[in-house]
Each structure stands twice: as structure tokens, then as C-alpha cells.
Design a protein around this ligand. Sequence first.
Ligand SMILES: [Mn+2]
Length: 447
Amino acid sequence: MQSPPHQDSGDSPPLSTPESTVTTDQPPPSQPPPPPLQIPITWPPDGTLTLPWITNFMSTLNHSSRHLKPYDLPTILPVKVFDALILTGSKILHKEANCVVVEPEGGDGKESEVVVVGDVHGQLHDVLWLLNEGAGLPNENRWFVFNGDYVDRGAWGLETFLILLAWKVFMPHRVFLLRGNHESKYCTSVYGFEKEVLAKYGDKNEGKHVYRKCLGCFEGLPLASIIAGRVYTAHGGIFRTIPATPSKRAKGKKNRKVILNPESVPLSLGSMEELAKARRSVLDPPWEGQNLIPGDILWSDPSNKPGLSPNKERGIGLLWGPDCTEDFLKKFSLKLIIRSHEGPDAREKRPGLGGMDEGYTIDHVVPSGKLITVFSAPDYPQFQAAEERYKNKGAYIVLKSPNFDTPIFHSFEAVTPRPKVNPYYDFEDVIDSDEELDMSLMAEASS
Ligand SMILES: [Mn+2]
């Protein structure tokens, strides 16, 4: 007897017997109704956050952003609860190293993954989508590293940052929050976060208190992460070495200052030891003096031009070429640099570098690995003077066990409709991108 000819299983109808028939057109099992919102939010008496507490926190802030006025937020999130969260979160963050070590080992034999997220800029609804439906919530096997820029420009910076901070408190060894250049006094005073907080908590004592506590918490945010020993992440990028102060010879000689002309010292890459020692607790990273590493990490940008040079467009930080990416990866035995900091508006002005339409670009490909930019605010900026929007997607990156060095890119669209609100900064006057820092304003903010 002849056997039947082989059929291409792709075209053949599925074999089915009455016992094995699988129907696929059944309605999906009905979702249990979401639990009712616990309003106002209260702080757990024992101070221990739980998953139901966080999910209620997220749902409640989503609800208030859609149905209440900004100034009603204190009725949902009383200052006392804000105080407890910001104090608990700040304590954890301040103890972390400048460069946090993320070792994604589940230990239970299950596959683990690390989700790397770029700028979110107060786009609460997109962040909620990313957590609830995109990447999934943090759990024992799913780590998160956020590259900073939680606040400014978007209208819900406070809610966005507090949700991520609550996750940090709930799962401090699974969720890592790095600092962005917008987590500073200067940026928040120009790009909306300060006004947002005062609009929500009042421009008298409470609002000022909430804003001050947020700035204090931002000072504690670590600057960079190393994931599985293979991937370096930071908001802006890499950093310079700080030349030793030639102050010893000048000791004892009053009024004799040794002024280092920064132009005369060739720039070169810094070491992990220098990063570990940098003083990150500053309201605004300085652009001059000896403490330059925080400013470099928060403000720098990649370039196609070789070498390290001052970032003249931004007025702080560095520009670095593919040769520096190679040196950095090789020096520290890494495979990837994942940084953020540039949205579609910034990239529009940088010919030769990729656009941000898909929420990420691969900027440098060198023998030791790659440099990637990831930006997680879709349809950015929320408020725009020009009629035409960028319509950019946001993206997040998943790194999977065992090596964590092959990025899987996920692009996503903005959640619609976004609640209509008024901006908290003069977006028609404030420059489109962070470039051309106003140094006098920054000096004022730092003083
Ligand atoms: Mn930035």
C-alpha cells in the first residue's frame, strides 16, 4: 500500500478527531471586573507596599488624570501619603551606587529578562500601557531599568514619577531608576514640572514642599547601570576622566589659584572607579569645575565624528564618536551601550544620525558591540507649537537570559485619546529641544 503524499502542513487542514478538536472561536474567558478604586490612597500602616496597593495606585492616578482637575490631586493622594512614599523611596535610592549593578538571575531556573526604558516625560498613560500591557509588570523574573527623564513637558510628571518610585519601593532589586537631565532644578523650572506640582498641590506651602521633596529625591537617583556585566545604560552616555587637581604645589601659597584651562587638557574616557566616586547629590550637575561626571552622563550625545569633544550645542556634557564607543566597550568588556535623551525633535536637527520614528536607533556599530538610543515617549512632545506632529513611536528594549546582550526592540504607539489638559510651560517660547542651555538661568537655579 502506498503511503499518501506528503502535504505541506501549512496548507493542509488541521487533523481533528472529535476528541482532539480545538475550537479557537470561543469568546475569551471573561476578565474579572477590576477591583473598585480605594480612594483616597492611604499608606499601609506597616509601611509595606503590596501588588494590590500598587495596582490601585496606578488605577487611581489614571482615573484622576482623566476625570478630576489637577488641583484635586491632593484629595486622591494626600500630602501625608506623598511624604511617606518619597521618604521611603529616597532612602533606598540614596544608598545605591552611582552605577547600579543589575544581575538578572532568577535563581528558580526560569528565563529572566530586563526591560530597558528611555525618556517618558510625564506621559502617564503611555507608561501605564507599557507596564500593564506592553512589557508587563515587574516581577521576580522581569527586571526594569529606566534611563531617566520621568518629568517635564508632559502634564503628569508627578504621577508618572511616583508610580515608578512606588515600584522601586515595592521591588527595589527588580526596578532601577536612573537620573535624567530633567531630574534637576534647572530643567524642572523651565520645562513644566515645577509649575505642574504647584498647580496640583497649590503654590503656597504644600506645593513648594512637594516640589522640594521631589528635587531631593532626584538628587539620590543613580547615574548609570551595568546589566549582567555586558550592557551599560545611562541617560546621556559616557563620561570623561577628571585630571588630577594640580593643587598640591599651590598649597600654602595664598591667593595663588591654579586655573586649568579645560580647552588645553585633552579629553579622555573616565574609569568605573571615577564614576563610583563622583558626587551625584547636586540639584544641577555642574558644567565646570571638578565634578563633571554627572553632567557628562546626563547630558552627552553620540556623534559620527571621532573623538571626545565638548557638547557645544547643549553647553554641558560631551559628544563622542564611534571610536570612543569602541574604547568604552572594550575597556569595560561590554557589548552594548543603551542611552536615551534624544527624541524626534532633537534628532531632526542632527543630520547623519537616525531619526526617532520607531523610538530607537542604532547609532554606532563597532567591533566590540553597539550603541543604541531608546526613547519611550510616543507622539512626543505632548504640547507642540507647530501644526505638524512627529507622530513618533516610543520603544522599549528587552534583554533576555542567558546573555542579555541581544536587544529585542518593541515599538509602540501613543495611547489615545489622551486627556486634554493645559501645558505647564510656555511651549511656544521654550526651545523645542534641550539644547542651547541657558547657563545664567542654570546658575540661578543652582544657587
Ligand atoms: Mn534628556
